[in-house]
Design a protein around this ligand. Structure first.
Ligand code: CU
Ligand code: ZN
Length: 172
């Protein structure tokens, strides 16, 4: 009898916990990507808070195969044909550009996006030092994809080349 109730209880817990883990809980934000610099890039980037970090997920098409610099930029303005209106990397703590796992980095420095041979990328990362709102918040800023990989060290932006897509980040 005791073991049977224990089994029922753990089965119920598993269902409840599974439900929480598989459903987007709490506030989130997203950005619809617009092609820039003559590219054919399209896609969407989603943001939510998880484990004290910002979870960033993206589905992107129209890229050249390989790695692409991927950052949150300071200004929520993608209007320029080359996306220069998005300004530089979001840098709330006044640091140098760097590797996403290092302490010396812009808040907006994220792991490179990697496109497959078909030019499609599916991306998921949890980034420290960013949030949805507040001083480190990404809402109202922009997310930018570059033509080339971020080398994670060149100043001020990792030598990642042209801006091939840009999206303004809006709360959802
Ligand atoms: Cu960038
Ligand atoms: Zn940077």
């Amino acid at each position: 009898m005791l073991s049977r109730s224990a089994f029922v209880f753990s089965a119920l817990s598993a269902i409840v916990l599974g439900g929480c883990a598989s459903t987007a809980m709490g506030p989130s934000a997203s950005a619809d990507l617009q092609a820039r610099s003559g590219s054919a890039v399209a896609g969407k980037v989603s943001f939510s808070e998880a484990n004290g970090r910002l979870r960033v997920e993206a589905m992107v098409s129209g890229l050249t195969p390989g790695e692409h610099g991927f950052h949150v930029h300071e200004a929520g303005d993608c209007s320029a044909p080359d996306a220069s209106s998005a300004k530089g990397h979001f840098n709330p703590l006044g640091k140098a550009h760097g590797h996403h796992a290092s302490v010396e980095r812009h808040g907006g420095d994220m792991p490179n996006l990697v496109a497959n041979a078909q030019g499609e990328a599916k991306y998921s990362a949890e980034v420290a030092g960013l949030s949805l709102n507040g001083p480190t918040g990404v809402v109202g800023r922009s997310v930018v994809i570059h033509a080339d990989p971020d080398d994670y060290k060149s100043q001020p932006a990792g030598n990642s080349g042209k801006r091939v897509a840009c999206g303004v980040i809006a709360a959802r």
